[in-house]
Design a protein around this ligand. Structure first.
Ligand code: NAD
Length: 281
């Protein structure tokens, strides 16, 4: 497993499992399977309403807490709750979170960043970052606070590579983490002939070629899957390397198109949308 060193010195695995759209009864076995396959990074969120299940899977795995890099995200409707992080820790049944992100640039995100910064200084959160923030919003955070974000989560895949944005992040020492690394399973993306061709060459599947491209391009990946075969496959990425020419061919697939489009209306709605976190099993 390759690891990256964040701007505060913390080491983070380059590949993990994402749990978006997984109900607790799906998330628990998926995370347990991932940990059995030597995954050491799990991504969840308040809004996924499966944090308790993730915590249970970590316990059931028998692994020491320090062996796993646990990442979650605060949801905008909790940004002004001074106990938002304590409640998140309680749901995950853990003393600390390895990486905590603000999920969306909505509502009172400056107040929420302050909450994260205080928790970081208290050792309850080992690193902090942002998700779906623009360059201007990241600059505002950096100008306002002592602790810089370590990671930025954004939609990144071969059709939306965010090349210019990544150049900016690099100047700030912020690492890109790709959500929708497989384009949310988009058929056209997975069927691009180059992934088939390189898969034949390396004895890998098209999904593995895409995930390997991310790793070599410096993106931390958290592909989502509940399928045990896919979970196994999505971490089996570290015994081959794409050539510079192959990386360039994949870079040429960039269309700067996303599958998810954020709007001011959606962001405004997120502030009042309260995920039923207290009802989760
Ligand atoms: P993804 O790009 O990881 O695609 C997942 C889909 O691809 C699966 O549902 C499955 O249909 C397919 N798939 C997975 N492995 C495969 C394989 N080996 N071969 C063929 N098909 C395969 O999309 P995702 O799961 O929605 O996103 C990944 C993670 O990113 C999420 O689980 C979540 O943790 C995170 N995320 C974050 C945000 C955010 O706003 N911060 C938004 C979306 C997702």
């Amino acid at each position: 497993m390759e690891v990256v060193t964040l701007n505060n010195g913390l080491k983070m695995p380059m590949a993990g499992i994402g749990t978006y759209l997984m109900t607790p009864d799906v998330a628990e076995p998926a995370v347990l399977k991932a940990l059995a396959e030597d995954y050491r990074l799990i991504d969840t969120a308040n809004a996924y309403v499966n944090e308790k299940a993730v915590g249970r899977a970590m316990k059931k795995s028998g692994l020491a807490r320090e062996a796993v890099f646990l990442e979650t995200k605060l949801w905008p409707s909790f940004y002004e709750d001074p106990d938002a992080i304590e409640k998140t820790l309680a749901r995950l049944d853990t003393d600390y979170i390895d990486l905590l992100l603000l999920h969306q640039p909505a509502g009172n995100f400056l107040q929420a960043y302050k909450l994260m910064e205080d928790a970081y200084k208290a050792g309850k959160v080992k690193s902090i970052g942002l998700s779906n923030f623009s360059e201007a919003q990241i600059r505002e955070i950096i100008d306002t606070f002592d602790v810089k974000p370590a990671v930025l989560q954004a939609e990144v895949h071969p059709y939306n590579q965010e090349k210019a944005f990544k150049k900016y992040l690099a100047t700030e020492g912020i690492i890109m983490q790709a959500w929708y690394p497989l384009g949310h399973g988009d058929d056209a993306l997975l069927a691009e002939p180059i992934f088939d061709r390189l898969g034949d060459k390396y004895g890998k599947t098209p999904a593995q070629i895409i995930l390997r491209w991310h790793i070599q391009d410096g993106n931390i990946i958290i592909p989502g899957s509940k399928n045990p075969d896919h979970i196994k496959e999505n971490i089996d990425l570290f015994d081959f390397a794409l050539t510079d020419e192959e990386m360039a061919e994949i870079a040429a697939l960039d269309k700067e198109t996303r599958f998810y489009t954020s709007t001011p209306e959606l962001l405004a709605r997120y502030v009042t949308m309260v995920p039923p976190v207290d009802e989760q099993e």
